[in-house]
Write a protein that binds this ligand. Sequence first.
Ligand SMILES: [Zn+2]
Length: 243
Amino acid sequence: MANFNTHVCGATAGSCLLATLCQRADFIDTNGAFVLAFAGIIGGILPDIDLKYSHPSKIVFTTLGLLLAMLWVFATGSRLSIIELWVFGLLVFLFVRYPLWAIFHQFTVHRGSFHSIAAALMFGLFAVVVASHIFDVNDRLAWLTGIFVASGYILHLTMDEIYSVDFLGHRIKKSFGSALKPVDFDRLIPSALIILFALIAALYTPPSDGLISQLLEAETYAKLVDGFLPNGIPDYLAKFFPL
Ligand SMILES: [Zn+2]
C-alpha cells in the first residue's frame, strides 16, 4: 500500500487535472472546481478509514474532519451567522475526529471491505446525496462531486496495489489483490451492508440527465480539444523570442 503523503499527492494531482477539464468544458465555475478538487482528495483518503493502528487512523480522521468542516463552512457561508458557522464547523470536525473515529476503530478490518470498488461506489453515491441535500448544490455539481469522490477512492485502491510501502513508509510484503477488488468476498456481511447502503443512497440521488446529456454532447469535447494547446505562440514566450 502507498503511504499517506503519496495518497494525498496522488489524489490532489488527479482531482486537479480532472477538475480543470470540467471547468474548461463549462460544467462548473471556479468555486465548483475547488469543491471537486476537495472531493477528489477526500475520496483519496477515505479507503484508509479502516487502518488498524491508532496513530495513522487518527491522522486520516483528523484530515477528513478538517476537510469536511472547511467544505461545510464555505458551502454554507452566506446562509448562517458567523458565530453559527464557527461553532457548527467545529462540531463537524469534532464529530468526525472522535465519535466516528471510535466507531470505525472498533469495528473495521484494514484492507477489508472498504478496500473495494463496491465501497468506492457507495461513498460516491453518499457524496452525491450529501452534496445535493445538505450542501444544496445543483444536480450537476452534486453528481460530479460523487464522481470525484469515487475516482479519488479508486485511485487510492490502484496506488495501494502498485506500491508495497505501508502508511508510515515501512516496506511490507506485496499483498497484491487485496486493495483493488470489486467486492470483499471474504467478509460477506460487511460487503452486503455496503451494497445495501449504496442502493439506499441511490434512491435519494437527484436526476442525472442534465450531466449525462452534457457528457454526450460533441460540443463538450470540441471545447476541450480547442483549448488543449495554446493558439499560436503565447505572448509570454513571444516577449523572449521575438520572431
Ligand atoms: Zn489503502
